[in-house]
Each structure stands twice: as C-alpha cells, then as structure tokens.
Design a protein around this ligand. Structure first.
Ligand SMILES: NC(=O)c1ccc[n+]([C@@H]2O[C@H](COP(=O)([O-])OP(=O)(O)OC[C@H]3O[C@@H](n4cnc5c(N)ncnc54)[C@H](OP(=O)(O)O)[C@@H]3O)[C@@H](O)[C@H]2O)c1
Length: 243
C-alpha cells in the first residue's frame, strides 16, 4: 500500500514526476512549494503554497500542512525533501548574504524544519514513517561555482543519519537518495551559465551532449517502486544506478 506522501518542489522536474507517479498509482499526495503543476490534480492531491527559502515564515505553514495529513489518520506517511536550488551559481568571493541565506534555507534548513515537524506530528509507532532526503553526488564532490549547494547536500545527508540515530524504530526509516543526472530545469540552468560564473559548466554541458540525462518520469518510477513503497535499509544512501 502507498503511504500518504508529502513532496516538496512539485512544480517541475523530479518532484513533479514523483507526485504524478504516486497519483497514477492511486496514492495521496500533499505537494509543497511556491507553485504547483497543471499536471497534478484530483481529489487525492492537495497543494500548500509555501516559499521554503524563508523558514521562519514557512514553519507555521508547514506545521499546519502536516497536521492536515495527520487529520486523515494515514497508516503510512512519507516525506520527500526534494525542493532545492543551484541558483545563483558563483564561486565563494562573489556571493552575497541574501543568496547565501536563501540557498542554505531552501536546501538545508527547510528539510530540517520539515523533518523536525514530521517527527513531532507523527510520533506514534502505529504509523509507519519514512523520510527520503533527495541529495546529490555534490554532497561528497565539490563542484566549483556551487559551494552552497554542495555544503547543503553534505548537511542533508547528515540529516538522514541523525534521524536514523535519534528515531530508531522498525516503523521509522530515513534514507538519502542520490538520483543521478536528470533532464530538468536545474540541469538547463547549470549548462546555460558562463564559465566565469560556473567554472564546472563543462561537466553539465557534457551530461547533456553525451545523452546522460535521464527523464524525470523514469527516475520517479524507480524511486516510487523501490524507495517509497519497497523495504529500505535505515540511514542508507541509495544511488540511481542501484534502483
Ligand atoms: N536534476 C539533476 O540532475 C539532479 C541531480 C542530483 C540531484 N538532484 C536533486 O533532485 C531534486 C530535484 O531537482 P530538479 O532537477 O527536479 O530541480 P528543479 O527542476 O530545479 O525543481 C526544483 C523544485 O524545487 C522548487 N523550489 C525552488 N525554490 C523553491 C522555494 N524557494 N520554495 C519552495 N520550492 C522551491 C521548484 O519550484 P518553484 O521554483 O516553482 O517554487 C521546483 O519544483 C533536488 O533536490 C536536486 O538537488 C537533481
């Protein structure tokens, strides 16, 4: 049976594809982000508008969103911390404080706030709970021009391990997903940058020119089948090529 799944960042890319796949399989989805997608609709879909780059404003909105999920008393719930940004590209030395604040808020603080609220809202072992943190190889490989993204993904992977360390239960799982290279607007943004802004732009252009990008719906189908509905090992990092 599918869990009631909360997905952040459903307007495009992987989050939109995950929500669509879950709905197509008969699941219930709560999308959270600045915008929804016209491809997502129906009585099993709800959307809560929320800018996750300002966590002080977002926190009460997120608390009430999770309470609305708890109100229907699901047997299984899953949180997918998917929303993220690689904008603005730029090396340390050209970044400004607002960009640093908003990037780290969206990519790291918001997943931590959501995880905290999730643990508080669903504190009963009768409910089967799972948190999937969508990370990247950037968590362990520095990408020049993307310091904030790399720093946040490294922290996000520790969030998975902390959840596992603090919430050990056969009914609670926290895992990390490194979804591989996906054909989304995030990749399009990266390869459109000048090398002066994103010194590693050649890597992103190479993913595209060598046909390495995978369609979001292909990744989503595997993630839902293997990581949302299947058995998983607590605290483990799953790479796309293992799914
Ligand atoms: N694409 C890849 O090759 C790749 C590789 C490794 C890991 N990943 C990871 O996979 C996940 C999905 O990436 P993607 O490629 O699908 O990215 P994407 O195309 O850029 O989509 C990101 C999503 O996050 C939402 N978002 C952005 N800023 C937000 C904000 N301030 N508040 C709320 N939501 C916000 C966006 O919605 P709005 O802008 O409409 O708000 C959008 O729905 C991310 O965690 C990314 O790090 C992607």
């Amino acid at each position: 049976m599918l869990p009631y799944t909360i997905v952040t960042g459903v307007s495009q890319g992987l989050g939109e594809a995950l929500a669509a796949e879950l709905l197509a399989r008969g699941g219930r989805v709560l999308g959270i982000g600045r915008r929804s997608s016209s491809s997502l609709s129906g009585e099993r879909y709800a959307f809560v508008p929320c800018d996750l780059s300002d966590v002080r404003v977002a926190a009460p909105i997120l608390a009430s969103a999770l309470a609305s999920v708890a109100a229907v008393q699901p047997d299984r719930v899953c949180l997918v911390n998917n929303a993220a940004t690689i904008e603005p590209a730029g090396v340390l030395g050209v970044l400004d404080v607002d960009a640093i604040d908003r990037s780290l808020a969206l990519n790291l603080a918001a997943p931590a706030v959501l995880a905290d609220l999730f643990c508080r809202t669903f504190d009963d072992d009768a409910v089967e709970r799972r948190i999937i943190n969508v990370s990247s190889g950037a968590a362990s490989h520095p990408i020049p021009g993307e310091a904030l993204y790399c720093i946040a993904k490294a922290g996000l992977e520790m969030l998975t391990r902390m959840l596992s360390a603090e919430h050990a239960s056969p009914r609670f799982r926290a895992i990390t997903l490194r979804p591989g290279v996906i054909d989304t607007p995030m990749q399009a943004y990266a390869r459109s940058q000048p090398p002066s802004q994103l010194p590693s732009v050649g890597m992103f252009r190479g993913f595209h020119s060598q046909g390495q990008l995978v369609a979001p719906h292909v990744v989503a189908r595997k993630v839902v089948a293997r990581l949302v509905t299947g058995e998983v090992d607590d605290a483990r990092t799953y790479r796309y090529d293992e799914l």
